[in-house]
Design a protein around this ligand. Structure first.
Ligand SMILES: [Zn+2]
Ligand SMILES: [Zn+2]
Length: 140
């Protein structure tokens, strides 16, 4: 299915194709720092932006970057570089009702003060990276 969305100020709008409405929530410290809470994101097959000049990207790891609206600061997406894959923040879609939470990742980094309800898979960061064929970063 396709779906449209926008940032808070409207400087960036988008149309996504092949939207996976079964979304996951990420509790990793970077997502929580970046979004102010756990990030819920939907994988999309392809995406077309309007106002792309207003998107800034921050390289948050070797393999991914995070895009946001440089006018209003809305967190738009997490983008894997290789192979290219967009995870769009579900809060940016015009119709948020289409999404259902179907997994949680980085549960080992989740603060104990909140929990999401529901019976769905919960993966640690290491389990998630292994499922993506990636090596966990060395401990700092
Ligand atoms: Zn904006
Ligand atoms: Zn994360």
């Amino acid at each position: 299915m396709s779906a449209t969305g926008r940032c808070l100020c409207g400087a960036v709008t988008f149309t996504a194709e092949d939207v996976d409405t079964h979304v996951h929530a990420c509790h990793c410290s970077m997502c929580r720092n970046w979004t102010g809470g756990p990030m819920q994101a939907a994988q999309v097959g392809s995406i077309k932006f309007q106002g792309e000049d207003n998107i800034k990207c921050f390289t948050s790891s070797e393999w991914a970057e995070r895009g946001f609206c440089s006018v209003c600061g809305t967190n738009l997406f997490y983008r894997m570089k290789q192979p290219e894959m967009y995870m769009m923040a579900t809060g940016c879609f015009d119709d948020a009702e289409q999404f259902s939470l179907s997994g949680e990742i980085y549960v080992d980094e989740k603060p104990s003060g909140y929990d999401f309800a529901g019976d769905h898979p919960r993966m640690t960061g290491a389990e998630f990276l292994a499922s993506m064929g990636l090596e966990p970063p060395p401990p700092q």
